[in-house]
Design a protein around this ligand. Sequence first.
Ligand code: PRP
Length: 187
Amino acid sequence: MTPIALPPLTKDLVRVLIDADTITRRVNELALQIDNDYKDLKDNLILVGVLKGSFIFLSDLCRRLNVKHSIDFISVSSYGDSSLITGNVRLIMDTRENLENKHVIIVEDILDSGFTLDYLSRNFAARNPASLKSVVLLDKPERRKIAFKPDYVGFEIPDVWVVGYGLDYAEQYRTLPYIAEMVPVTD
Ligand code: PRP
């Protein structure tokens, strides 16, 4: 089989932080962990991907799960004064499924300040799910402004700007197969 050529680094992508094989291995491990944790469940597991950044992680993760599940999406937006403790996240598009009595796993590409997952957790908890957990591919603990502890974490990363595997810079680079560190070139 012809190997897939990796897109070359551009001048604002300074290094590959997590390569594609390492991501694949870790996503497989997360799927195994989730399979094991939900193995006694007959039904009603739902993965909710937070658009847009989670779309690639979610699609890889769900295809490696053996436990029966469905998927849905939600879209939120951060706005206003990011120094506020809460209230800077608003709902853009809700899930299509009713989450009541479902076992919900929120799927995120990255946990940064914590505002998004804090908001979604409180919002979803109010819908009376049977259980609620979260999985994040990347966690930047140094950036946290509100305490939040996800149930599953792919990688802890330092406080650098990252793109690829769903994450963007001004809508660019989402489809890179690796996670790269980016320093925007200003000239
Ligand atoms: C990113 C990411 C998370 C959120 C995490 O979304 O996908 O949803 O930020 O940040 P927080 O922990 O500081 O809340 P972004 O607003 O960049 O939108 P996108 O997913 O559409 O790229």
